[in-house]
Design a protein around this ligand. Structure first.
Ligand SMILES: Nc1ncnc2c1ncn2[C@@H]1O[C@H](COP(=O)(O)OP(=O)(O)OP(=O)(O)O)[C@@H](O)[C@H]1O
Ligand SMILES: [Mg+2]
Length: 338
């Protein structure tokens, strides 16, 4: 049990922000409004006495429980920073915005998006008053792969072919889809996406910085505004012609650089691209495909490019500029596969 000298505001009930799809947590307002709701106003009726416990006895009990909560760890919705937990860290040098102080606390501000295979949560990692680098904070996105019984990943089949586990017990569990096996698949996806992001970040691709992986959870840079508003997906935008041309240029450059590193996204669509302040960011990369060694690599690349070119053309891009065949050929040449 770790004890830290905490002085966070324990009136915040972050669970109030949970389980809302596409939630805009309004980070600056959320804790304040939660506090407002939980504070009694003078006009509220006084609480009725329960049983034979006096007000004084109840106050003492509350104080004891609060003291115990400080000793045992952060209250519901909080956890100690996981920075020192076993599991990989993202590539060094760490970005300057990343809080690596072990006195930090992770506060969860609800679901950003529930997906078919994973749920993405908004986390604030911050250092409480009176500890280490007090006041420093950063926002993280936590992608938690599902392992529940009724979920089967649509990407499992190809993935499992490529990655035979050396531990036969694990392999059998995966093939038989036991609970243990399902959890293992979810963990493998988290590791695969973490590795892909690490490699692409280092190569200079526009992807979220991978902070850590912890079992079935991947922690990464939150793409959005400082107040917790997630960047929109490209699919949600109706860009003006200039903006569209600029986004196309960014997409082209990213796919060419990806090709130069030997890869295709593998599940590219306007839903797996975020646009943050005009900057295009590639997300959702656990199935990153090697275009040279994967027998289906070129096929995946063709599908990716065709789908995204169709989106740009449907939004008004000149089809001669957003030509799928030409871009595919260019990427293959960069990858040395043409
Ligand atoms: N780093 C991030 N910063 C901000 N938002 C993010 C981040 N990563 C993911 N999201 C949000 O969560 C959504 C789902 O993420 P992602 O596509 O990686 O997961 P998924 O399980 O494949 O979801 P889906 O089934 O919807 O494709 C994204 O469309 C985006 O809105
Ligand atoms: Mg996705």
């Amino acid at each position: 049990m770790r004890k830290r000298n905490l002085n966070y505001d324990r009136n915040i009930d972050v669970s109030a922000y949970d389980a809302t799809n596409d939630l805009d947590p309004g980070l600056d307002d959320a804790p304040a409004s939660a506090r407002m709701r939980r504070r009694r106003s003078d006009t509220d009726p006084a609480p009725r006495s329960r049983g034979r416990m006096t007000e004084e006895a109840r106050a003492r009990l509350v104080a004891e429980r609060e003291a115990a909560a400080v000793d045992d760890g952060p209250p519901t919705g909080y956890r100690w920073t996981t920075w020192d937990d076993p599991g990989g860290h993202g590539p060094e040098p760490y970005p300057s915005w990343l809080v690596t102080d072990l006195a930090a606390v992770d506060a969860e501000f609800g679901v950003l998006k529930t997906g078919k295979e994973a749920d993405v949560f908004l986390i604030e990692r911050g250092v409480p008053d009176g500890a280490g680098s007090a006041g420093s904070r950063c926002l993280l996105a936590s992608k938690r792969y599902r392992s529940a019984d009724h979920r089967l990943f649509h990407r499992d089949a190809g993935y499992l072919e490529g990655r035979r586990s050396r531990r036969t017990r694990d392999q059998r569990a995966v093939e038989n889809r036991t609970n243990f096996g399902r959890n293992l698949i979810a963990q493998q996806w988290a590791v695969a996406e973490f590795d892909a992001l690490s490699q692409l970040w280092t190569a200079g691709l526009p992807v979220p910085y991978p902070v850590q992986h912890l079992g079935t959870e991947l922690l990464m840079e939150f793409i959005g505004s400082a107040d917790g508003q997630a960047a929109p997906r490209l699919a949600q935008l109706r860009p003006e012609p200039d903006q569209l041309a600029d986004l196309w240029r960014q997409l082209h450059d990213a796919l060419v650089l990806l090709g130069r590193n030997g890869y295709a996204h593998g599940d590219l669509s306007a839903y797996n691209l975020l646009v943050n302040d005009g900057e295009l960011i590639l997300i959702d990369l656990p199935q990153l495909v090697d275009v040279v060694t994967n027998p289906q690599g070129q096929e995946f690349l063709r599908r990716d490019v065709k789908r995204i070119c169709e989106w740009f053309v449907a939004r008004g891009m000149d089809p001669d500029l957003a030509a799928a065949d030409r871009l595919t050929a260019e990427v293959l040449e960069e990858a040395g596969a043409s």
